[in-house]
Design a protein around this ligand. Structure first.
Ligand SMILES: Nc1nc2c(ncn2[C@@H]2O[C@H](COP(=O)(O)OP(=O)(O)O)[C@@H](O)[C@H]2O)c(=O)[nH]1
Ligand SMILES: [Mg+2]
Length: 222
């Protein structure tokens, strides 16, 4: 048989195996952030693409992780994430979730409440707790972290863009928007630890395309 035909076959086979592998092996994502930012909405959006109905129930503690297939531009990846509450009593559960599932990609969700009322520190406090937990060299249970225990990337996702994009208009580049301002120090801290951190904007409720693209970009770029 012609050797080029054979290698051609091998390439096709490799691609098939690879796409099968990507379906079976889920990449662990962690979605954290204050209460009411849109974590449960994002979780719904990843399972069923489209407009997510208003979420009425508040998430209590840490729910079981579930698989979601993220497909965009002909690429498919399977990710696994768990929905978790945002109240400060659940923050410890975020770190435990990162440890238990060996979370590779972290999404920290915010909205525009700190722009609406500068006295509101929900995001800033949650962010500080999360960054400190990620950068710490030991887990809360005292176990020492290994190199591979640190996440590959952290994304700050400014959700509800459909609202704050109108309400808090900003001239110039979107990543310079004041909504990201209070998170600079934590981003720097993560970068110094060797963990890349980037800004992203979404409307988890109504813009599935933005959600899927954001996840794909994290997997591809980091
Ligand atoms: N306008 C708008 N509302 C959103 C968006 N994402 C979530 N919400 C709303 O924000 C509220 C809190 O959402 P939820 O997913 O329960 O937040 P969680 O507490 O972080 O899980 C709900 O009323 C959602 O409908 C969005 O992109 N745009
Ligand atoms: Mg929730």
């Amino acid at each position: 048989m012609d050797i080029s035909l054979l290698t051609g076959f091998a390439v096709v086979l490799t691609e098939a195996v690879y796409s099968f592998y990507k379906r079976v092996h889920a990449i662990n994502f962690g979605v954290y952030g204050s209460t009411m930012v849109g974590k449960t909405t994002l979780s719904h959006q990843m399972r069923t693409r489209g407009e997510v109905p208003q979420i009425k129930h508040r998430t209590v503690g840490l729910e079981r992780a579930s698989r979601k297939i993220i497909k965009i531009d002909g690429n498919a990846n399977t990710i696994r994430s768990a929905d978790v509450g945002g109240e400060s009593m659940y923050w410890r559960a975020w770190i435990d979730d990162i440890q238990k599932r060996n979370v590779k990609y972290i999404i920290f969700m915010i909205d525009h409440r700190h722009l609406d009322s500068p006295a509101n520190l929900d995001h800033q406090l949650a962010w500080k707790f999360l960054v400190d937990g990620i950068c710490a060299s030991v887990w809360p249970n005292g176990k020492k972290k290994k190199n591979e225990d640190y996440p590959l990337a952290v994304g700050i996702w400014a959700n509800k863009h459909d609202i704050w994009g109108e309400k808090h208009k900003h001239e110039g580049e979107i990543d310079k928007h004041p909504i990201f301002e209070p998170f600079k120090y934590g981003m720097q801290k993560l970068n110094e630890k060797g963990i890349p951190c980037f800004k992203y904007i979404v409307s988890a409720k109504s813009q599935p395309e933005m959600v899927y693209r954001g996840i794909m970009t994290m997997i591809k770029d980091y």
